[in-house]
Design a protein around this ligand. Structure first.
Ligand SMILES: [Fe+2]
Ligand SMILES: [Fe+2]
Length: 254
């Protein structure tokens, strides 16, 4: 599949393109370390979000415990500075199959999509870390941008709407990431450009999977909630932001 074909559903779904002000900032060589450090953490957070949804809604108790162990080496690295890239590469794959809850008709669909998504995000984590190591960019525990947390803070607080809202937020976060990787690929060096382009296929599928899950699982039409989060997402992407990160808005102090 070509670049444009992959991006068409992403650009159709997103309420606005990334503003030029963010791109101009992202082009500055001095911004590369923070972009890569934030990208690394975003890959782990994408895996953790999918893991939460799997454990909360789809898998049985034994599988839930096993899933926690899968992420542990990555969380140890990110939050406790323990382990190495080689340790993480050995931990990328899940060693047991995951069994669904018998009382939820969509468990198997969620498991099939989210287990693949987590595996890919953990692989991306290792790829970003390898690129950082190759460039002598240290891993630092940085603060999260306002983007994902504001989306999640605006989810309803009752079931079943909270689940559907979180799936819709997942679709926006994956779609925006995909759009920014494509935009960044046009002006970074060849190694990074090739890497960002290689991410497009899986990130575009993650977007489509989240949206499909929301549409399939919701018993009501989701278009109003998609529009609500789209309006919010557009504001987060366009409004002034003094914190430059991968998902930031468009103003940065000198
Ligand atoms: Fe990813
Ligand atoms: Fe993703």
């Amino acid at each position: 599949m070509q670049f444009d074909t992959l991006l068409t559903p992403i650009n159709d779904f997103l309420p606005c393109p990334t503003p030029q002000a963010w791109l101009d900032e992202a082009k500055k060589p001095e911004r590369l370390p923070i972009l890569l450090q934030d990208h690394l953490v975003c890959e782990l957070k994408a895996g953790q979000t999918a893991m939460y949804l799997l454990r909360r809604y789809a898998c049985n108790d034994e599988s839930s415990k096993h899933l926690l162990q899968w992420l542990k080496p990555f969380e140890d690295f990110a939050y406790r500075f323990e382990g190495s890239l080689d340790d993480l590469k050995r931990a990328e794959k899940l060693s047991k199959s995951i069994i669904g809850r018998s009382d939820f008709e969509h468990s198997d669909l969620i498991i099939s999509k989210m287990v693949l998504l987590i595996r890919e995000e953990l692989h991306h984590f290792c790829q970003v870390l390898e690129i950082m190591n190759g460039r002598g960019i240290p891993y630092e525990n940085i603060t999260a941008s306002r983007y994902a947390k504001t989306l999640i803070q605006n989810c309803k607080t009752h079931e079943p709407q909270i689940f559907i809202d979180k799936l819709i937020c997942g679709a926006y976060i994956e779609a925006r990431s995909c759009e920014r990787f494509a935009a960044l690929s046009l002006f970074v060096d060849k190694e990074l450009s090739d890497f960002y382009i290689s991410l497009l296929r899986s990130e575009a599928r993650h977007f489509a999977d989240y949206l499909e899950l929301a549409e399939t699982i919701s018993k009501t039409d989701i278009s109003q909630r998609v529009k609500f989060f789209g309006d919010l997402e557009c504001r987060l992407i366009n409004d002034q932001d003094s914190d430059f990160k991968f998902h930031s808005g468009s103003y940065f102090p000198a």
